[in-house]
Design a protein. Structure first.
Length: 253
């Protein structure tokens, strides 16, 4: 089994590791321009952004060529997934591919302008992540065939959200971040950035290819990076995933 994944704070990597198989980081495959794959089972695992795919995952799908007999996709999310997986299945059809199984899994929401991480952590048990994850892994093993449905209203609403989000997330978002005096130029933010958008010299500077993944904001060991509109200054990394694993997944330098 071959699994392609993208992660900023570890949730999607935790799901990918639990699913098993040979794992490939999408940012690294894009960097190495490695796009040809063939395996019996192929899977895609990623966080849901704005009820849709992160731009980096969309870009990978536009480039990859693969052959498989069974294909699945899992979106990790923190609050509402919208018709993300329904739309992905439609995209697969447009490409001439077949998505056999698509599912979503509710985890900690790392969207700092919307959610307070302490609240997320206090309620995480209710999400029964490991129980749902086991069901999903069993479904993949049993080669389940199912794609979630979406109502017309959900699809219209999501199309509106997408056009708004794509205007807001123009790649320059990180240029609005505030770096405070705690920054000791350790370089970690640059290593966890999936697009190589961060330069660390006399000061930290952000380029114009930001995914708004908040990886740098959550992972900075000094908690020195802040959004102007964050709900709190508490940060998150999935407890089963190490800093080194996030660096290996995303480092572009
Ligand atoms: C820019 C951005 C947009 C997000 N949009 C959504 C969303 O539409 N719905 C949702 O439930 N969670 C949303 N989230 C939360 C993430 O999907 C969720 O926390 C995910 O599990 C993070 O995965 P990761 O740890 O692998 O990066 C968003 C997070 C970010 C950073
Ligand atoms: S990770 Fe944090 S402390 Fe390290 S260089 Fe980046 S902003 Fe500074
Ligand atoms: S600059 Fe920060 S938020 Fe933007 S893509 Fe890089 S790690 Fe993610």
């Amino acid at each position: 089994m071959t699994v392609f994944y993208f992660t900023a704070t570890g949730n999607s990597l935790y799901v990918a590791k639990t699913a098993g198989g040979k794992l490939y980081s999408i940012p690294q495959l894009l960097k190495d321009k490695q796009f040809n794959f063939e395996d019996d089972v192929v899977g895609f695992i990623f966080p849901i952004y704005g009820f849709g795919l992160p731009k980096i995952v969309q870009k990978f799908l536009e480039n990859i060529k693969f052959k498989s007999t069974y294909t699945f996709a899992i979106g990790t999310y923190g609050n509402m997934h919208g018709p993300c997986m329904y739309n992905l299945a439609k995209y697969f059809i447009k490409k001439g591919w077949r998505l056999n199984y698509a599912d979503t899994i509710l985890m900690v929401d790392n969207y700092l302008p919307g959610f307070e991480i302490n609240n997320q952590l206090n309620t995480v048990e209710n999400k029964r992540i490991d129980k749902h994850l086991k069901e999903i892994v069993d479904n993949i093993k049993n080669k389940k065939n199912s794609i979630p449905a979406a109502t017309i209203m959900e699809r219209i609403f999501t199309a509106l959200v997408h056009s708004l989000v794509s205007k807001l997330l123009d790649g320059k978002s990180a240029q609005q971040y505030i770096i405070n005096e705690k920054c000791n130029k350790c370089g970690t933010c640059g290593k966890v950035c999936p697009t190589g958008n961060i330069e660390i010299r006399d000061k930290i500077t952000f380029g114009n290819v930001c995914e708004s993944c908040y990886g740098c904001v959550h992972i900075c060991p000094q908690n020195a990076i802040h959004l102007r509109n964050e709900k709190s200054d508490i940060r998150f990394r999935n407890e089963n995933i190490t800093l080194q694993e996030i660096i290996q997944s995303n480092n572009q330098k």
